[in-house]
Design a protein. Structure first.
Length: 471
């Protein structure tokens, strides 16, 4: 048994990590043939991509996938810790599974992902959820086959959570959700320690994959006919800093662009590490999509300082305008937190004025959520929750206004769309434009997911656009 420990998770040592090639243990291969699994994923793209590895590992054990948890022999929750409601959702699901397990005694239930890294969650599971069969952390994912096998064979709760990142595991099997767009991890973990955020504790220190491993994965995707790749990391801009002296995110983006895949995206970019070289590369290569996610969190320099974001309102705006000026037609999206401890109405007004200046194409807005163990958790927080909710409403009205205004500017133009599927309405397809906007459109010609088509925009809505494929 390994239990999570925040003290350890907080430390960052500079010992070099090893690159380990994952080896599948053939003894357990297909051992559970005939059994089924249901995997529920919460959280960010990193978790979604981890789930693609988890599914492949479960299939390796012989499990096959079902679409309803009621039909499964094994249910696994890949959880997220970012805000309290992510927690509540996972515990709500555990409640439903408890009932199911009363009827279905053999049901195996497991929990993994970021919540598994939290000491308080694991304590609760040990105390109140003794019926949960296994828990493993984000640094132990590669041990899934042996942990599940042991939980079943020994019929005893398994808790295996390494507090610290270990080695960097390459070659995990992967079952991609799509055959035309793919996630590729380039850097794990986060060293930024923004004072509100739990990710540096749940995902460990920043570890870049070797450029050769990233490029080999992209090459395989190109050979397999993939059209879009999204380079993933909590802060992709820090790529390479931990292992190379002279190879950066700008270099990696350029090398990936040269491989000729139709579309390249990357997420998330912390404004701190966004270099001029990166901007130049994005502007230079047409297959790097003109779409940047640039979380601002707050428009008040005072709050940004308390958040530990390492930039001011002014330096953020300078970067924002530099990207807008140098990358033609670029769309910029953001994340914003309202109600950070001590945020005054004046601070909030600064966020509103920044939003009016930036006129974002998309924004994910949140009310501050206290995460146990983070520094912001200990700050005095006199503002009432209702007031914070009200600020969120006011902010949403402003951001939504600009989504619509920006979308309206596209009416009459032609945009390239990567087809994702057929929408509910007959003869209607949907997909995303180069600037990452959701487009619903009709087409006389039959299309398939993964096709790239030009679409003429007819109508703008707040969160999507309607159009028709150009013959
Ligand atoms: N690495 C990314 C963010 C990942 S988390 C970055 O730095 O940009 C995604 C978003 O969740 C953050 O940008 C932030 O807006 C929000 N978030 C993180 N912790 C939060 C908390 N404690 N309460 C509310 N929102 C939070
Ligand atoms: Fe969290 Fe900040 Fe790291 Fe993003 S950069 S994951 S917000 S600590
Ligand atoms: Fe959530 Fe973990 Fe991602 S906390 S947002 S799943 S890194």
């Amino acid at each position: 048994m390994h239990l999570p420990n925040y003290k350890e998770a907080r430390t960052r040592d500079l010992r070099p990590y090893k690159r380990i090639e994952f080896k599948e243990d053939s003894e357990v291969k297909d051992k559970y043939k005939g059994k089924t699994f249901y995997l529920k994923t919460y959280g960010c793209q990193m978790n979604e991509h981890d789930s693609e590895n988890i599914e492949a590992l479960l299939m390796f054990l012989g499990f096959s996938k079902v679409e309803r948890y009621e039909d499964a022999d094994l249910v696994l929750l890949n959880t997220c810790s970012i805000r309290e409601n992510a927690h509540n959702k996972a515990f709500g699901m555990l409640g439903r599974l408890k009932h199911l397990k009363q009827e279905k005694k053999d049901l195996i239930v497991g929990l993994c992902g970021c919540m598994a890294q939290e000491a308080s969650v694991v304590e609760k599971i040990l105390r109140d959820y003794k019926w949960v069969n296994f828990v493993f952390g984000t640094h132990n994912m590669y041990q899934l086959p042996e942990i599940i096998d042991k939980a079943i064979e020994e019929n005893k709760q398994q808790i295996e959570v390494f507090s610290r990142e270990g080695d960097l595991i390459e070659g995990l099997p992967v079952l991609r959700v799509n055959d035309y767009k793919a996630y590729v991890n380039i850097i794990y973990g986060c060293n930024k320690f923004c004072t509100y955020c739990i990710v540096p504790y749940t995902r460990g220190r920043e570890r870049s994959r070797l450029k050769e491993d990233v490029l080999a994965e992209v090459k395989k995707l190109v050979d397999d006919g993939f059209k879009e790749v999204t380079l993933l990391g909590q802060n992709v801009n820090a790529y390479g800093k931990d292992i190379y002296d002279d190879y950066t995110m700008a270099n990696l983006l350029e090398d990936v662009a040269k491989m000729g895949i139709a579309r390249i995206r990357f997420t998330t970019s912390h404004p701190w590490d966004f270099t001029d070289e990166m901007i130049d590369v994005i502007a230079k290569y047409p297959n790097i999509m003109p779409s940047v996610h640039l979380p601002v969190q707050s428009g008040s320099s005072r709050i940004l300082k308390l958040m530990g974001r390492r930039y001011t309102r002014e330096s953020y705006l300078e970067l924002f305008h530099k990207i807008k000026d140098r990358v033609p037609g670029v769309s910029i999206s953001t994340d914003i937190i309202v109600g950070f401890p001590g945020e005054t109405e004046e601070d909030f007004q600064e966020t509103l004025s920044l939003v009016r200046e930036c006129q974002y194409d998309n924004a994910f807005t949140f009310v501050f959520s206290k995460r146990e163990g983070t520094p912001a958790c200990r700050l005095a927080d006199p503002v009432l929750q209702e007031e914070k909710e009200e600020r969120l409403q006011r902010l949403n009205e402003v951001v939504n206004h600009y989504f619509l205004e920006n979308n309206k500017k596209l009416v009459g133009s032609e945009v390239e769309v990567l087809v994702e599927g057929i929408s509910d309405k007959k003869h209607m397809y949907y997909g995303y434009s180069d600037t990452n906007k959701l487009i619903n459109f009709s087409s006389k010609k039959e299309l398939a997911p993964g096709d790239l088509v030009m679409v003429k925009i007819i109508e703008a809505k707040t969160w999507s656009l309607d159009g028709e494929a150009v013959e």
